[in-house]
Design a protein around this ligand. Structure first.
Ligand SMILES: CCCCCCCCCCCC(=O)SCCNC(=O)CCNC(=O)[C@H](O)C(C)(C)COP(=O)(O)OP(=O)(O)OC[C@H]1O[C@@H](n2cnc3c(N)ncnc32)[C@H](O)[C@@H]1OP(=O)(O)O
Length: 168
């Protein structure tokens, strides 16, 4: 992470602390409520530029016997961290994502995520997140990521004809 990042302030019209941040879209693998397969993560705004989220570890998320697949956990971090810049009212995509896997996460457990925006420079937004299973003092994973602000319409312009919509 560069040393010249600046603090980023919450947008005055951002989702208020304690409220759910809206879906990226209904078919999003991370948050969509109509996706045929997906994590269905709801991200809740915290104070400042922080968020929280939870995810129940379902049987279909299994990697090693009895534990979550690392890629599923990575996707969950991506979703939570990629939603958090909406507190700045900035749409982003992931440029870089790194995960530290500290402990196995059993099927049936509930993963609690906390995320904060560390700052940014230009279109770059740096975030950090942690995960625990109920005891915030016992971390099971951590992550940091770089998100890049995009122009939504331009970024997805060449792909929208491939978009999948629920019920079609
Ligand atoms: C309907 C609702 C939908 C809502 C949609 C939102 C859904 C969110 C879902 C969760 C998030 C995801 O999974 S998103 C899906 C996964 N990610 C992607 O598909 C992104 C694919 N990559 C790209 O499209 C592109 O590489 C971009 C947009 C990230 C950047 O391209 P660009 O716009 O041409 O900009 P570029 O100049 O290259 O980069 C801008 C600055 O970032 C730096 N930068 C770029 N990538 C990196 C990197 N990996 N590591 C370090 N630095 C990087 C550059 O050096 C530069 O710094 P400087 O020169 O300014 O210093």
């Amino acid at each position: 992470m560069p040393t010249d990042i600046e603090p980023l302030a919450r947008h005055p019209k951002a989702t208020r602390p304690g409220e759910k941040i809206g879906l990226h879209h209904s078919m999003c693998y991370g948050c969509g409520d109509e996706a045929p397969v997906g994590l269905r993560i709801t991200v809740v705004a915290g104070e400042g530029v922080t968020t929280t989220a939870t995810m129940k570890v379902e049987d279909w998320m299994q990697g090693g016997p009895g534990v979550i697949h690392g890629g599923v956990l990575s996707a969950a971090f991506d979703e939570v961290m990629g939603t958090t810049p909406l507190l700045l009212r900035k749409p982003v995509v992931t440029g870089h994502l790194a995960i530290d896997y500290a402990k196995p996460i059993p099927l049936g457990s509930t993963v609690h995520f906390t995320c904060e925006i560390l700052g940014g420079v230009g279109r770059k937004i740096y975030t950090r997140a942690y995960a625990h299973l109920g005891d915030p003092d016992v971390l099971v994973a951590g992550a940091h990521a770089l998100f890049i602000e995009i122009d939504l319409e331009k970024h997805f312009a060449g792909y929208r004809d491939k978009a999948v919509h629920a019920g079609e």
